[in-house]
Design a protein around this ligand. Structure first.
Ligand SMILES: [Zn+2]
Length: 105
């Protein structure tokens, strides 16, 4: 998977350009092509994917944070939180590779 290009002029967006409106400002503000100024809006599928990525660990939290998980997997609570944090950082860093945008109408 590669970072998306501008739909109009094929300018290659950078990792930084794509990640900013999603994770830094949390606004999903349009991604503006620095070359042709075309505004790109994030696809709804990307929003859903990010949302699922965020709730996935919480969904299995019931298992992860249960006493059972701690004894079966022998993972301490502190380490579980570390895994959780690692997951978020990983998800954040990989976002530009699967995020897809369309030209704003
Ligand atoms: Zn462009």
């Amino acid at each position: 998977m590669l970072i998306q290009k501008c739909k109009k002029c094929s300018n290659q967006f950078t990792w930084k350009e794509v990640i900013r409106p999603i994770w830094v400002s949390w606004t999903y503000s349009p991604l503006k092509c620095p070359k042709c100024n075309t505004e790109h809006c994030i696809n709804i599928s990307t929003k859903i994917f990010i949302f699922l990525g965020i709730i996935a660990p919480t969904a299995i939290k019931g298992f992860m944070f249960s006493r059972n998980a701690q004894t079966v997997l022998r993972i301490s609570l502190g380490r579980q939180l570390l895994i959780y944090l690692f997951w978020f950082v990983l998800l954040g860093c990989l976002t530009p590779f699967f995020a897809r945008h369309h030209i704003k109408e």
